[in-house]
Write a protein that binds this ligand. Structure first.
Ligand code: GDP
Ligand code: K
Ligand code: MG
Length: 280
């Protein structure tokens, strides 16, 4: 039986290039149900497995602001791919990892295809791949999708990790938000609120982020808990506005970037003085 693998990443990270490198001519194009977003799907056989590869729409985040974000998120939640191959532009690491972090918060089984290593090399940037992998707790495979370099290693890594079920990543958003999240999460867990679809903390987070899709699902599912969660989120929002002149969404985004920065600061990226020293 084919194993479903989702390719996900920021626009222009090389998703389609990698998709073509993996599937060759064995691909077909359709639409995601109910929307005009194009769905590319293809077969790749490697490591004695058949992988059914789906090229998700390119996104920077997993909020519900754009159709692409909703499509990518719904696919992960509903189709539960065995693995997400998250294509990361290695020459633009900080920005790209913002999406990675959100997959991890969803508890998705992620591996990073660290692409554009040639571009990073030309800029004199060296990435300590092992350290990045260790600090994130994810497999990371460096590659150049355009030439196919790293393809075999990526497929081996995917085959080795398809069965993993990592615990959702829990990052700190500062005390005010963390305390509220804990309280919401507890109620969500004990009432099994939307937990057939999403991890508990993720539902709580989405209430704080005022996520239209989750709020709508919550309202339809059980209005009493929905009202309670909305009230708790509103209370926190007012508190943050009064005390810090900010709102939960802004603070959550800031803390995510803070988390990424703190990882990258630990010697993951170094700059060589001689940009002609191409590692790739
Ligand atoms: P997508 O938007 O994520 O699907 O990205 P594409 O696959 O369309 O790639 C965006 C651009 O980056 C194209 O011009 C690709 O040829 C190029 N590209 C993809 N991978 C690499 C790579 O590893 N190195 C370099 N230098 N260019 C790449
Ligand atoms: K593109
Ligand atoms: Mg594309």
């Amino acid at each position: 039986m084919a194993i479903t693998i989702a390719l996900a990443g920021n626009p222009n990270s090389g998703k389609t290039t990698l998709f073509n490198a993996l599937t060759g001519a064995r691909q077909h194009v359709g639409n995601y149900p109910g929307v005009t977003v194009e769905k590319k799907q293809g077969i790749c056989t490697a490591e004695n497995q058949i992988f059914d590869i789906v090229d998700l729409p390119g996104t920077y985040s997993l909020s519900a602001y754009s159709m692409e974000e909703v499509v990518a998120r719904d696919f992960i939640v509903n189709e539960k791919p065995a693995m997400i191959v998250n294509i990361v532009d290695g020459s633009n690491l900080e920005r790209n990892l913002y999406l990675t972090l959100q997959f991890m918060e969803m508890g998705a089984n992620v591996c990073i295809a660290l692409n554009m290593m040639d571009v990073a090399g030309k800029r004199g940037v060296t990435i300590d791949v092992e350290k990045l992998s260790l600090l994130l707790g994810l497999p990371v495979v460096p590659m150049v999708a355009r030439t196919g370099k790293g393809r075999a290693q990526l497929l081996k890594t995917v085959a080795d990790h398809v069965g993993s079920r990592p615990a959702p990543l829990k990052i700190s958003y500062g005390r005010d938000i963390d305390d509220t999240l804990d309280e919401m999460e507890e109620r969500i867990r004990s009432d099994h609120f939307l937990t057939d679809q999403y991890p508990c903390r993720w539902v709580a987070l989405k209430y704080l982020e005022n996520d239209a899709q989750v709020l709508e699902a919550g309202k339809a599912h059980f209005s009493e808990i929905h009202e309670w969660l909305s009230a708790v989120a509103l209370k926190l929002s007012r508190h943050l506005e009064t005390t810090l002149d900010t709102h939960p969404e802004g603070m959550i985004a800031d803390q995510r970037y803070g988390f990424i920065t703190s990882i990258l600061k630990q010697g993951v990226i170094s700059h060589t003085l001689d940009p002609n020293r191409l590692a790739w």
